[in-house]
Design a binder for this molecule. Sequence first.
Ligand code: ADP
Ligand code: MG
Length: 320
Amino acid sequence: VNEFALIERFFAAQPVARADVVLGIGDDAALTRVPPGQELALTTDTLVAGVHFLADAEPADLGYRALAVNLSDLAAMGAEPAWFLLNLTLPVPDERWLTGFCAGLYELARAHGAQLVGGNTARGPLNIGITAAGLVPAGAALTRRGALAGDRVYVTGELGDAALALRHRLGVYPLAAADFAAVRPRLDRPTARVAQGLKLRGLASAAIDVSDGLLADLGHVLAASGVGARLELARLPLSATYRAHLNAVGWEPALAHGDDYELCFTVPAARVAAVEALRPQLGCRLSAIGEIVAAPGLALLDPAGRPYRPRAAGHDHFAQ
Ligand code: ADP
Ligand code: MG
């Protein structure tokens, strides 16, 4: 297949048709309509073979994950996904690979009503870049700034399962088949907490998605807000599988690995009751894990109430 036949077959045929897309794939740029009073939230994330995934990864998982990590950024802003662009570099135009990739990509795009409106296709080492755009009422976006002393710190879902799945896959901490099956979707098909992010508009004082590890990402909120926090490890949301391995692996996979794509956010005391009232309609666990304090820094308390010093900080592509 040549470049244009490939685009026609795999990308022009994308399944979502939004009324606010004036012109989609096929011209020099896409045209979309932004409703009055709304702001655009723009984000981009790239998956690089050998860095973000192993060379033999399932193409459908890659398609799903490449979009999920972008939707997770929109979720953390309280934005509703609308459109995305796909910048794809492929070593060979492998039709089987593309079919699988598109199946995973479009499964998630359909679930969120997000339309692929353009992109770029080139030959080279496998690299999957997605740029996503979402809509948020002017002034209503959640940001990393805004946490104040006394706010409660929350996290959605569960932490650390993606780290366990990766350790198993790399052979550094092998799991029984049933345990791997339980944690694997958390690595290969992360859930972008879009619905939860939308519900947190007007309630959270600050928010971030946990892509590089809770400590690193909450650290970004603390730095941007000019505050500190105290977390209780006993309150960390861990899956039953993780808890069964806690003695062996410690807290670090849940604190400092990343790939969780949960939302970590802060809530002023006056809005805690409103956030607690969301629980039945949230569709995932919600855990209060600590509080914001005025003094900078992140203090951890172990289950016995003693200070805990973590052995790892979080993912950093340029760390030496
Ligand atoms: P140009 O040369 O003007 O940048 P291209 O020939 O590269 O345009 O692409 C033709 C059309 O196909 C454009 O609308 C572009 O957005 C779209 N396109 C190219 N690659 C992809 C892709 N991987 N996914 C989605 N759309 C793509
Ligand atoms: Mg052009």
